[in-house]
Design a protein around this ligand. Structure first.
Ligand code: FRU
Length: 496
């Protein structure tokens, strides 16, 4: 089918089919796919007065397929409005997928998308590999036209030792001097990750591909969806490595996430990490992307899902699959990455309920503390410092046979999420542990619930734990349980 035909067809399809999904069968304030499948956030940017969020999209099924770019806009990062799909895989150079990429406003006022065009190639041994090249499209925030000279970056532009089959996910930004940069992921033919940096005067003609960093087998294999920026005086590289090996309490997700904090040498283009950590310690989190807001905040969003837990997870018939996390403001403190829900979320808080110095020893429930769309902050400490408590548990989305829980063991400094009883009928991973240091058992948890997900921000966002849950909506209870004596403060809001 000709280029515009495929896009016209998908736009009609998503409008008709997306409208059939009742609002209450979607997350209330997290972006979900309009129809069909969603993975990575793409083109997360601010353009002409609103935030744009594109996403990897296969509208015709709830499993991954040759990718389109879905599109949504928001004035406040919380209320999203769907726009028609932006890109379809309809050209020779992207016929097998418009893979991940990013967006920027050019000097002439146009919005430019830079993405990876994928073409399947048969190898000599009969196997099929994805040839990956970087492509452009220009638009007005609604309609986009692919650049007539695509692709703008091919395998030939890569430094020596890079494979043409793992060259993707360009993330663009503009420097203060007006020039543009992208980082892309690349790999050796043996799949050892590299990040390559390119520069451009106009955003269209790219040159000087330089290797910023190579993995040398330290963090997984190929790294996907890189992002690179400066914050609080440090340079931060975020990426999502495939096939990770766990290290202590880090990197338990197979397809995991990695934050490297360090120094960048402009001259040589080399990045030297001084600190590494997982970005999130939960189950469903991958493929981050950030933007800078007009007021200077660095905001990150991610696919609230993980490749390892997608297959066959949801059993009930549904016509959408995939959600984004809540947008999170980033900072670097004491050499670590911190995350906090964007302050815009506070605008949808209603019905404040608060309690102070509640004594918990055994199980209890509190009047007014329940619900599935909730913003709740809990401060926990030992009621008697002489006798520290052993365990503190919050159960949520609880009712009938169901609950999901967060538990904290101060002696081992372990925070755990467990969604085994969330209603899943699949033997996929349902638990994850994070190391949360505490000297005396004091810990602060901010828990954001939205129908099908839970995001916990621990100790001002020093760790985050993200998981989705497809528990029956009748399960609305929240309970607290302590082994030993705990004193807690709670502030809870409904999110409406
Ligand atoms: C990451 C990823 C990207 C790629 C896209 C394809 O989840 O594998 O590297 O561009 O998904 O949908």
């Amino acid at each position: 089918m000709g280029s515009s035909g495929k896009l016209r067809e998908v736009r009609e399809y998503e409008e008709k089919m997306g409208a059939k999904i009742p609002m209450e069968k979607r997350p209330a304030f997290h972006l979900s796919s309009r129809i069909g499948w969603m993975n990575d956030p793409n083109g997360f940017s601010f353009y002409q007065g609103q935030y744009h969020l594109f996403y990897q999209y296969y509208p015709y099924n709830t499993v991954w397929g040759p990718c389109y770019w879905g599109h949504a806009v928001s004035k406040d990062l919380i209320h999203w409005e769907y726009l028609p799909a932006a890109l379809a895989p309809d050209e020779e150079y992207d016929k097998d997928g418009c893979f991940s990429g990013s967006a920027i406003e050019l000097e002439d006022g146009r919005q430019m998308l830079i993405y990876t065009g994928v073409v399947k190639k048969e190898m000599e041994d009969g196997s099929i590999r994805d040839l990956q090249q970087q492509c452009l499209a220009f638009g007005d925030g609604l309609n986009y036209r692919k650049y007539e000279n695509n692709p703008v970056l091919t395998f030939q532009d890569l430094p020596k030792g890079c494979s043409p089959y793992d060259f993707r996910d360009p993330k663009i930004w503009q420097e203060e001097d007006g020039t543009y940069r992208i980082v892309t992921c690349c790999a050796t033919p043996g799949r050892d990750a590299k990040i390559v940096l390119f520069q451009s005067k106009d955003g269209i003609h790219w040159e000087n591909g330089r290797q910023m960093i190579q993995n040398f087998d330290r963090f997984g294999k190929v790294w996907e969806c890189p992002d690179f920026f400066q914050i609080d005086g440090k340079w931060v590289l975020l990426t999502s490595p495939m096939d990770m090996l766990p290290e202590g309490f880090e990197y338990h997700n197979g397809n995991g996430t990695l934050c490297l904090i360090g120094e960048f040498d402009e001259e040589s283009g080399m990045f030297t990490p001084q600190h590494d950590q997982a970005i999130d310690y939960g189950i469903d989190f991958y493929a981050t992307q950030t933007l800078r807001t007009p007021d200077g905040r660095r905001i990150m969003i991610a696919w609230m899902q993980n490749w390892d837990t997608t297959p066959g997870y949801r059993l009930e018939p549904t016509s959408w699959f995939g959600q984004m996390t809540i947008p999170r403001e980033l900072s670097v403190r004491n050499g670590r990455l911190y995350q906090w829900p964007v302050k815009e979320l506070e605008q949808i808080r209603r019905n404040r309920v608060s309690y102070e110095n509640v004594y918990v020893n055994g199980e209890m429930e509190l009047d007014g503390i329940r619900g599935r769309c909730v913003d709740m902050q809990i401060e926990v400490r030992s009621a008697d410092p002489e006798h520290p408590y052993e365990k503190f548990v919050i159960r949520f989305a609880a009712g009938g046979r169901y609950y999901t829980m967060l538990s904290y063991h101060p002696r081992d400094c372990i925070m755990k999420i467990d969604r085994k009883f969330s209603g899943s009928r699949r033997a996929i991973i349902h638990q994850r542990r994070a190391e949360v240091p505490s000297r005396d058992g004091s810990v602060k948890i901010r828990l954001i619930l939205d129908r099908y997900s839970a995001e916990a921000f621990i100790n001002e966002g020093e760790q985050t734990i993200t998981a989705n849950l497809y528990t029956d909506m009748g399960a609305q209870r929240i309970t607290f349980n302590a082994l030993g004596a705990v004193s807690m403060n709670i502030v809870k809001y409904d999110l409406i």
